[in-house]
Ligand binder design. Structure first.
Ligand code: SF4
Ligand code: SF4
Length: 335
């Protein structure tokens, strides 16, 4: 804890870069096909996926670089058969572990080993999933095991009031929290892109997107009426309304490291991997190329579109007030 605090001071005042938060897309494979997902937008170039030995090596490298929080994302991270092993190793390294899963899981025991489990509920539940447990069963199992998972859900034009009522009811029944988000536009499937690509992606998603202010208003109303179960995203949403991370001051590359399924670092961030050099992580993270990205983080042309809450949390690690707000938010999720 003390080391983390001194690392924060080093980043803040000595302009050091220490990836306290590691956002790792451990796989690009998924057992679902959500319409707004970047996985559906083309050929995935982040291959080949890491072998277990390579993934273990990546984990050791991020630990050596100072990472204290590791977030396993995908694709669907539980598809990796070695996730159990990676989660245990991260624990041995004294890292706080997080996962975002769609809840269709074969092995619930892996999720039970992870500190913060977020189950993403965005589609109609497949009651008889042939994958194993469905998201509701996964949440129930986790709660029964004494864990406090949370639900995350994306509001799109396809979201019906009855879907929201179902999720709120589920959260109430299980005494857990739910966080509402909106459809975000990123280019995480490309490693070389232009404004034209972003426009194309927006067009692809247009039929699902509710205008930003409208959806934020809707989420705010949901929070006001359901304070017992809805996670308050006020600070993040206020930042989005004021112009996003580019206005707030992005520090994603000073406090976080984003890793793709094949082990490449995505710079400056996971959704806009503008540069993806290969090599030993610490060398890439401290390379001239990384330094150039650091100078421009938050100021690239694509930053105006940025609504990444994880990168917001990473950036706000450097502000004491925001840090407390983030910690409070996470504590709310686990108690
Ligand atoms: S569950 Fe997640 S990774 Fe899988 S298709 Fe849906 S949004 Fe994409
Ligand atoms: S797109 Fe990336 S670099 Fe730009 S503000 Fe968002 S997190 Fe920062």
């Amino acid at each position: 804890m003390i080391k983390t605090f001194t690392d924060i001071l080093k980043i803040k005042y000595l302009k050091k870069s220490i990836p306290l938060y590691c956002h790792w897309e451990v796989t690009f494979r998924c057992n679902l096909r959500c319409p707004f997902c970047t996985l559906q937008s083309g050929k995935n170039i982040w291959q080949p996926e890491l072998t277990t030995i390579e993934a273990i090596d990546i984990l050791k490298q991020v630990k050596d670089m100072g990472s204290k929080i590791i977030h396993f994302v995908g694709g669907e991270p539980t598809i990796r058969n070695d996730l159990d092993e990676l989660a245990e190793l991260a624990k041995q390294y004294k890292m706080m572990t997080m996962i975002t899963s769609n809840g269709y899981v074969k092995n619930i025991n892996t999720l039970k080993k992870i500190d913060l489990v977020r189950i993403s509920l965005t589609r109609k539940i497949d009651k008889k999933s042939n994958i194993g447990l469905n998201p509701v069963e996964t949440l129930e199992e986790l709660v029964l095991a004494g864990k406090t998972p949370s639900i995350t859900t994306t509001i799109s034009t396809e979201t019906k009031d009855s879907d929201i009522d179902f999720i709120l009811g589920l959260a109430r029944r299980l005494k857990i929290k739910v966080g509402f988000y909106y459809v975000d536009v990123g280019l995480s499937h490309l490693n070389c892109f232009s404004p034209t690509d972003l426009e194309k992606r927006k067009e692809e998603l247009q039929h699902l997107i509710i205008p930003r202010n409208e959806v934020l208003e809707k989420i705010n109303n949901l929070y006001t009426k359901n304070k017992d179960v809805v996670l308050n995203q006020n600070r993040f949403f206020q930042m989005i309304k004021k112009g996003g991370l580019s206005k707030y001051g992005c520090r994603a590359m000073d406090t976080a490291i984003c890793i793709k399924a094949n082990g490449q670092i995505a710079m400056p961030c996971i959704e806009f991997p503008h540069k993806t050099p290969k090599g030993k992580l610490s060398e890439v993270y401290n390379s001239t190329c990384a330094k150039e990205c650091r100078k421009e983080q938050g100021e690239y042309w694509f930053c105006k579109e940025c609504g990444m809450s994880c990168m917001y949390s990473a950036s706000t690690l450097l502000s004491i007030i925001e840090l407390f707000s983030t910690v409070k938010k996470y504590i709310k999720q686990i108690i």
